[in-house]
Design a protein around this ligand. Structure first.
Ligand SMILES: *Cc1c(COP(=O)(O)O)cnc(C)c1O
Length: 376
C-alpha cells in the first residue's frame, strides 16, 4: 500500500491559500489522491466509483476510523460517525438526539457560529443563552463567573474556536451537565481530552477534508434517546448501528479524511502538530503586533491558533480607505490568497490550518511587515 510520504513533493508552483473554509489540504494528501484517482490500489476503480458496501471501501472506512481514534485517543465507549449535512446539520441533530425528555439546553455564544447553533436549537427546545460575547464584539470568552447556567439543561454547547472572530477557548468549560463542542475549525490542531465530552462534532472542510463530510464523536450513553421524528440520517443511534451507512455516506470525503489522518500520524501526531501550530501562530501575531498600522483585536489569551483576523487601524483607514483593497490585491500578486475577512466583520483574516506550512505563514508575516512600512 502506498503511503502519503512516498509521493514526491513539489511546492514551488502553488500559491499559499489562507482560505477559512473550505481550507487548504496538505499537498501530500492531494498528490496521493491524484496518484490513486483512476485506480485505487490495483482495483481499477476510483474511490468515487466504488460501492460503499464493497470490501475495498470498508477497508478505507475502517482504517480512517482507526487512525482517527489513535490520533485523538478516543475511548472505546465513544462512537465515531462519518455523516453529511455539515456542522450546521448538527446544530439541529444535537437537540434532536440529546434532549432526551428534557426541555432545555445551555448555549454559550462567543461568535458567529455559536450564535447560529443557539438560534437553530430554539426550534427544538428552550435554548438558554448562558452568556454572549457580543457586547464585547466577540473579542474574548465571557468570564465563567458571569455565566447563567440553567437547572435541568440536557447539555451545554460551545464553539471551541470561532472561525470568523478568531476566538479560541483557553480552557475546557466546567459544567455539571453533558458537554457538547463544535470543533469544526480546530479539530486535530492539538491534543484534546475526548473523555471530557458527551459529544464532539466538526465539519471536515476546515481542517481535515473536503466539504460534505461531518464528523461526530459521541459517548454511547447518549444513544437511543432521539426524538421520534428525528430523520434517520441524523439519528446517531441508527447511524452507529449501521456504521454511518444508513444511506450512502460521503465516500470520497471519508477517503480524503483518511489520507489526512495518515499524514498527521506520519508527522508525529497531534502533540507535534500543536507545536507547529503554536510556532506558526506566533510568527503571525508577532508580525501583526510589531506593525504600526495593523492590529488583531482579540484578547491575547483567547487568540485562535487557526484563524487570525487582522485590521488596518481605524484612524489610518479613515484617511486612506483604499488601503484594504490595495493590501488584498498586492497579497494576491505575491501569491498569498484568500485573505479577505468574513463579510460580517470585514478587514482581513488568515486561516492557518494544519495544512498551512510555516513557510507560508512566514511569507505572509514578511508581506504584512513590508506593507506596513509602505503606509505613509
Ligand atoms: C464553518 C463552520 C460551521 C458551519 O459549517 P458547515 O459545514 O458549513 O455547516 C460551524 N461551526 C464552525 C466553528 C465553523 O467553522
Amino acid at each position: 500500500m502506498s503511503t502519503v510520504s512516498e509521493v514526491t513533493k513539489d511546492t514551488k508552483h502553488r500559491p499559499y491559500n489562507f482560505s477559512a473554509g473550505p481550507g487548504a489540504l496538505p499537498e501530500a494528501v492531494l498528490l496521493e489522491a491524484q496518484s490513486e484517482m483512476l485506480d485505487w490500489h490495483g482495483t481499477g476503480l476510483s474511490v468515487m466509483e466504488m460501492s460503499h458496501r464493497s470490501k475495498d471501501f470498508a477497508q478505507i472506512a475502517e482504517e480512517a476510523e482507526a487512525d482517527l481514534r489513535e490520533l485523538l485517543n478516543v475511548p472505546a465507549q465513544y462512537k465515531v460517525l462519518f455523516l453529511q449535512g455539515g456542522a450546521s446539520g448538527q446544530f439541529a441533530a444535537i437537540p434532536m438526539n440529546l434532549l432526551a425528555g428534557k426541555d432545555r439546553a445551555d448555549y454559550l455564544v462567543t461568535g458567529f457560529w455559536s450564535q447560529k447553533a443557539y438560534e437553530e436549537a430554539q426550534k427544538y427546545c428552550k435554548a438558554n443563552l448562558v452568556a454572549s460575547g457580543q457586547s464585547g464584539h466577540f473579542q474574548s470568552v465571557p468570564e465563567p463567573d458571569s455565566w447563567r447556567l440553567s437547572k435541568g439543561a440536557a447539555y451545554f454547547h460551545y464553539t471551541d474556536n470561532e472561525t470568523i472572530h478568531g476566538v479560541e477557548f483557553p480552557f475546557v468549560p466546567e459544567v455539571t451537565c453533558p458537554l457538547v463542542v463544535d470543533l469544526s475549525s480546530n479539530i486535530l490542531a492539538k491534543p484534546i481530552d475526548v473523555s471530557r465530552y458527551a459529544l464532539i462534532y466538526a465539519g471536515a472542510q476546515k481542517n481535515f477534508g473536503p466539504a460534505g463530510l461531518t464528523l461526530v464523536i459521541v459517548h454511547e450513553d447518549y444513544l437511543g434517546r432521539a426524538l421520534p421524528n428525528t430523520p434517520s440520517i441524523f439519528d446517531y443511534t441508527a447511524q452507529a448501528a449501521n456504521d454511518s451507512m444508513v444511506n450512502t455516506p460521503p465516500t470520497y470525503g471519508w477517503y480524503i479524511a483518511g489520507l489526512t489522518f495518515k499524514w498527521l500520524k506520519k508527522l508525529g501526531g497531534l502533540k507535534e502538530m500543536e507545536k507547529l501550530n503554536i510556532a506558526k501562530a506566533k510568527i503571525l501575531y508577532d508580525a501583526i503586533d510589531g506593525t504600526r498600522h495593523f492590529e488583531n483585536r482579540v484578547a491575547k489569551e483567547c487568540r485562535s491558533l487557526m484563524n487570525v483576523p487582522f485590521f488596518i487601524k481605524t484612524e489610518v483607514l479613515e484617511k486612506q480607505p483604499e488601503l484594504e483593497k490595495r493590501f488584498l490585491d498586492e497579497a494576491k500578486k505575491a501569491r498569498l490568497l484568500t485573505l479577505a475577512g468574513h463579510r460580517s466583520v470585514g478587514g482581513m483574516r488568515a486561516s492557518i490550518y494544519n495544512a498551512m506550512t510555516r513557510e507560508g505563514v512566514q511569507a505572509l508575516a514578511d508581506f504584512i511587515l513590508q506593507f506596513d512600512e509602505s503606509i505613509k
